[in-house]
Design a protein around this ligand. Sequence first.
Ligand SMILES: Nc1nc2c(c(=O)[nH]1)N[C@H]1C(S)=C(S)[C@@H](COP(=O)(O)OP(=O)(O)OC[C@H]3O[C@@H](n4cnc5c(=O)[nH]c(N)nc54)[C@H](O)[C@@H]3O)O[C@H]1N2
Ligand SMILES: Nc1nc2c(c(=O)[nH]1)N[C@H]1C(S)=C(S)[C@@H](COP(=O)(O)OP(=O)(O)OC[C@H]3O[C@@H](n4cnc5c(=O)[nH]c(N)nc54)[C@H](O)[C@@H]3O)O[C@H]1N2
Ligand code: SF4
Ligand SMILES: [Mo]
Length: 741
Amino acid sequence: MSRTALRICPLCEATCGLTLTIEGSKVTGARGDRDDVFSRGFICPKGAAFAEVDADPDRLRGPLVRKDGTLQEASWSEAFDLIAARLRPIVEQYGGNAVGVVLGNPNVHTMAGALYPPLLLGALRTRSIFTASTLDQMPKHVSSGLLFGDAFAIPVPDLDRTDHLLLLGANPLDSNGSLCTAPDFPGKLKALRKRGGTLVVVDPRRTRTAKLADQHVPIRPGTDALLLAALAQVLFEEKLTAPGVLEQHIEGIDEVRYAVRDFTPEAVAGACDVPAEEIRSIARALAAAPTAAVYGRVGSSTVEFGTLANWLVDVLNIITGNLDRPGGALFPLAATASTPRPAGPGKGFALGRWRSRVSGHPEAKGELPSAALAEEILTPGEGRIRAVITVAANPVLSAPDGDRLDEALAGLDFLISVDPYLNETSRHVDVVLPPPPPSQSAHHDFAFNGFAVHNQVRYTRPAVPLEDGRLDESEIHARLILAVSGMHGAEPEAVDALAVGQTLDKAVATAHSPVHGRDPQELAGQLTGRTGPERRLDLMLRLGPYGDGFGAVPDGLSLERLLAHPHGIDLGPLKPRIPQVLKTRSGRIELLPAPIADDLPRLRRALDERPAGFVLVGRRHLRSNNSWMHNIPALGGGSNRCTLQIHPEDAGRLGLTDGGQALVSAEGGQLEVPVEVTDAVRTGVVSLPHGWGHSRAGVRMSVAAANPGVNVNQLLDGSRLDPLSGTSVLNGFPVEVVPLG
Ligand SMILES: Nc1nc2c(c(=O)[nH]1)N[C@H]1C(S)=C(S)[C@@H](COP(=O)(O)OP(=O)(O)OC[C@H]3O[C@@H](n4cnc5c(=O)[nH]c(N)nc54)[C@H](O)[C@@H]3O)O[C@H]1N2
Ligand SMILES: Nc1nc2c(c(=O)[nH]1)N[C@H]1C(S)=C(S)[C@@H](COP(=O)(O)OP(=O)(O)OC[C@H]3O[C@@H](n4cnc5c(=O)[nH]c(N)nc54)[C@H](O)[C@@H]3O)O[C@H]1N2
Ligand code: SF4
Ligand SMILES: [Mo]
């Protein structure tokens, strides 16, 4: 007898609702949930392979602990005893900063990842924090922090209503979108064109997204900030700016006009490889569209001028009056967001409040660059990182110079990984704590609802019960927090109770909270939910912008109400939120923040630099996900391969043939790679995907190991960073390419 259960897909940012087919306690199939209020039945090949991802036989079933040099199966209590015995003394002797915490991408796709790491960091009191953000979107956080005073106030393109989308460095037809949560992004782009709207795609590769566009601009990698500055220059020069109702909320617009004056289309054309006239026409079309949105992602973020490019994206949205209006770029409002505060000046956003020990990199949003992790472990001296906790992270493959990081991790006093696999990073552990497969976990998207193109809220309970001998990932985190904070052995519920207590104490003392002045214990007693995470979700929903305020708003949201709507609750299209959303010290949009102004001379110098030789860019494949999905046979094969793509003209000049081998080198190392000749990549550019390189000893991913590919990040030595955000330059870096054999 089979049954079905709903599960929000955790495999990418689109957060599609899935209907799982279940036989006994095994998931046997997945299809799109047609009644899901947000995804309405959409599914991609990864979601369709949910059963295979879930049941991968290489997933670890219980903890492994290193004894006499080898990893051995252990009970959960042995694992946490060891953590308490080994990690706690490191904290006591060397301080919290001696423990590095590394949070990877899938951490944002679990409930546990949203609820517990802040408590772990608090318990450790460590500033040694590294996340996938500095390999990804930190430039956007920094830009939003500076412009709007809130690093998480990220405007998203209003895909369902816009008339014009200028998209840079994103390939949502393969990635399904990022910092723009939109199930069926491909369908939404097609609908945009169908209703007469325009899609312009800026990408050095003719991607599947570019093929869908009215106009494809094959820019020279790394130069988006120059192109965007020129677009702004044209808008100012031709008096096409029209901030409209935003004007009263902006300061610094004249300063920006002055700051971009040199970046004329003629001045940037040579560096960008985009003709000046084309730049003018892109700017005019942007200004002429009834509504428009500019949106940039990974290809304009993990580059030399990542923060400047991300800032300019919103400068364009602002000066054309498209920020915060329907059809433009709007700020989502998630159901678990904190109670909106009244408009007015806020605390603002500061960068570089402290610096990394070895290279002096400024912190951004409390994080240090992922590229600096290895040196912080390997460089002797006070404050050296001696122990590391990774959660859902595989920096050996995803960050620059994996070989050096490999060496660093191998030499640690203690390494803990919360990870379902023994992979390139977790193979070095002293203790690995494997979470259950996704079918056995509850799900709510705390993070991605804050970037969603439509406000909605959904929650799915575990589709199948927790297997014997498994711990929920939330309980793993809670026990880990207790073990590192000297409370080893206490009940994990104590961690949730503490979190609830802290939130309520703050809420009752906050004037604009719906529970201002009430008794926190009485409120805590009203929470419903079977588990700690459910009670915490209930708390956040009830205090949130749509919440019942513990009785203050009779029809408001609560966990109970959400559970009564298994396909989710539609909270309506995105709405304008300015000025309430602004938390800058001025209470206004600060259009030319000092750190940005100080970085502009570096961009000006790039006008005249045009290094000869090739630059490398990455790419994503629809049936893959960063470093951890090459182990699923159903998703492998076909075009999902680790090849060096090169344009036929370049290949001919170098004597490279399709299927032949090339040697690629850069400052971090050399790689031998199979060549794929294709005109989908422009001349002067080669493309190699990331997340490959599964040939290291001790990795237990048997399918991936049979077709390992190479680690593109070995070409980097970690020295190339966007200086404001500490984000690694993973796109648009120079490489040499020669034929082999
Ligand atoms: N050259 C190059 N490098 C890149 C990029 C690029 O475009 N080019 N992209 C960058 C980007 S955008 C990102 S986000 C990073 C990603 O980098 P990482 O976050 O380091 O890597 P991932 O491969 O996403 O996965 C990390 C780990 O999560 C584990 N995992 C999977 N599911 C779960 C779960 O439910 N719980 C837990 N605890 N663990 C789980 C996997 O087993 C894997 O070990 O890579 C970056 N690296
Ligand atoms: N199938 C699949 N889906 C995924 C992932 C995955 O690995 N596989 N990863 C997930 C993650 S962690 C993230 S962050 C998102 C990322 O989602 P996207 O931001 O859509 O990422 P990419 O598909 O890497 O697209 C980046 C594009 O930028 C282009 N590019 C490179 N350099 C430049 C440049 O200098 N300028 C411009 N304009 N373009 C440039 C590349 O050619 C590429 O097409 O995808 C998520 N979804
Ligand atoms: S698009 Fe993303 S969320 Fe939707 S089914 Fe595919 S992997 Fe899952
Ligand atoms: Mo990412």
